[in-house]
Design a protein around this ligand. Structure first.
Ligand code: MN
Length: 247
């Protein structure tokens, strides 16, 4: 037991798709407990997108949003590196939020040397290439010029536009097949190939699993993070392996 006291903890935590919003206070509580509890043991915490159900801009300082900012600031204030990647719902999170929370914004994708294993971090939406309509939408809204124009509108107007999009989306989602909303195998292979294998961690699809892929005779693994709709969970990776832990 003594060695565990002498050796620094070396483990990284990954979460995504919490979809935090004021209408689901229980899961926000689970998140706060997670930050003060298990996540305090991490070397680094990576939030791989969709922390929030939606994000209208860093100036949207509702009491709810402020409570999340405060919790993240407290967390990063302990000296634990905190990383944040945009999801398809909170891609408008900006530098102001990053500065307020102490989080470092990560590009999607980001290649990480995780205890010696090259590991590609993504939100996961870019793997769902069968959803042609979404990919076109993504290209549009990720354009910096588009975002600048959008963020120049008053907050109330932005929230109204987002509410409209969300309502439209909810209707469309029911019509889209399960397959269209999942990753495309050929895209996964191509991404492994482009970034040099052998491990990928992403969320977005809400289909938590460990998938094994043989790409160009290399054995690769793809970890899909769980959403936090029914309960919280995180992926813990250390020098040995990764494992999913429910809260
Ligand atoms: Mn998503």
């Amino acid at each position: 037991m003594q060695s565990s006291l002498l050796n620094p903890v070396t483990q990284s935590f990954f979460i995504s798709d919490l979809h935090l919003c004021p209408t689901r206070p229980a899961i926000t509580g689970v998140f706060f407990d997670f930050l003060r509890g298990p996540a305090a043991q991490a070397d680094a915490l990576y939030i791989l997108g969709d922390l929030f159900e939606y994000w209208a801009g860093d100036d949207d300082d509702t009491p709810f949003n402020q409570s999340i900012v405060a919790a993240l600031k407290e967390y990063s204030g302990r000296g634990i590196p905190l990383y944040l990647m945009h999801g398809n719902r909170d891609f408008l999170i900006g530098e102001q939020f990053a500065a307020a929370t102490g989080a470092k914004l990560l590009q999607d994708p980001t290649l990480l040397d995780l205890y010696g294993i090259p590991t590609l971090l993504l939100h996961g939406d870019t793997l769902c290439t069968d959803d042609v309509k979404y990919i076109a939408f993504r290209t549009k809204v990720r354009d910096p010029a588009y975002q600048q124009q959008f963020l120049a509108q008053p907050l109330a107007a932005r929230k109204q536009i987002i509410a409209g999009l969300r309502a439209e989306n909810a209707g469309e989602k029911q019509q889209k097949s399960e397959t269209i909303m999942d990753v495309v195998a050929a895209t996964v292979d191509a991404v492994f190939r482009r970034h040099g294998y052998p491990r990928m961690i992403h969320g977005h699809t809400h289909r938590p699993a460990l998938h094994h892929h043989a790409v160009d005779d290399k054995s690769c693994e793809r970890w899909v993070l769980a959403d936090w709709y029914d309960r919280g969970s995180y992926l813990l990776c250390d020098a040995g392996d990764c494992r999913s832990i429910a809260l």
